[in-house]
Design a protein around this ligand. Structure first.
Ligand code: DC
Length: 238
């Protein structure tokens, strides 16, 4: 059976990662979460004092990248059944999912030199094909020739509720639960949509040859069946 590249793009919090991860597992492909890479760069910038009150210390971040100080890679976590994200050898999977990072990642992902670095690494990861990659610009900028491109979307309210439920499930103390606000999450989802779709470099947009999946009213099994049908129709064609 031929190996292909599957590019999954779409809005934030519409379950792209869960979907991409499950699909990769089912078909025995490598799964790469490119959002995690942008989050890891953001965490690096946060830890190194690059977010003063008035914005981002872009030059400092550029210098760190040029000095090869940011290394991101993935290692499969068999207990969790998914890859964990490592920043300079440290497992940062949990930390990069926190709101503090979510609130700062879009401006970092809008920086052309950050995109150039990560896009190059992502292209290298797909050289052998057999990969499911999710993000915002995979079908448009990273793999414009991907055999299967999926553009996922759902309403902002549905997406905010899903992210809220996910964070609630992960919260360990009552204090952490009390700190979560649906309204704040909805605002974050809407702001990220805006920044991701309006940035100058590789904005979020549907590739002309992508198939759209609006999963607002779909169950996970329905979605999986939909994906398998698309995958099978491509790998089985002559
Ligand atoms: O998928 P996510 O929510 O973890 O993505 C985090 C941020 O990174 C989001 O604001 C969009 C940005 N991103 C991007 O610009 N390009 C990608 N290929 C993946 C994510």
């Amino acid at each position: 059976m031929k190996k292909i590249i599957i590019a999954i793009d779409g809005h934030s919090s519409c379950g792209k990662s869960t979907m991409a991860k499950q699909l990769a597992k089912e078909i025995g492909y490598v799964y790469i979460d490119t959002g995690a890479m942008y989050r890891a760069v953001t965490l690096f910038a946060m830890r190194n004092g690059m977010f003063p009150d008035d914005g981002i210390r872009e030059e400092d971040l550029k210098d760190a990248i040029n000095a090869d100080k940011i290394h991101i890679n993935f290692k499969f976590n068999s207990e969790a059944g998914r890859p964990d994200t490592y920043l300079n050898g440290e497992n940062v999977e949990t930390e990069i999912r926190q709101m503090a990072v979510s609130n700062r990642v879009s401006p970092i992902a809008a920086l052309p030199f950050v995109r150039a670095l990560l896009t190059e690494q992502q292209k290298a990861m797909g050289q052998e094909k057999g990969i499911v990659m999710d993000g915002r610009d995979i079908g448009t900028a990273v793999f414009p020739n991907a055999e299967l491109k999926i553009f996922v979307t759902a309403s902002a309210a549905v997406r905010a509720q899903r992210r809220y439920d996910e964070l609630m499930g992960k919260a360990k103390t009552q204090e952490e639960k009390d700190a979560l606000s649906y309204d704040e999450i909805l605002k974050n989802v809407e702001e990220r949509d805006y920044i991701d779709s309006h940035r100058a470099t590789a904005p979020l947009r549907q590739a002309d040859d992508a198939v759209v999946l609006d999963n607002s009213n779909m169950t996970i099994p329905e979605q999986n069946a939909w994906l398998m049908e698309k995958f099978n129709s491509i790998v089985n064609e002559d």
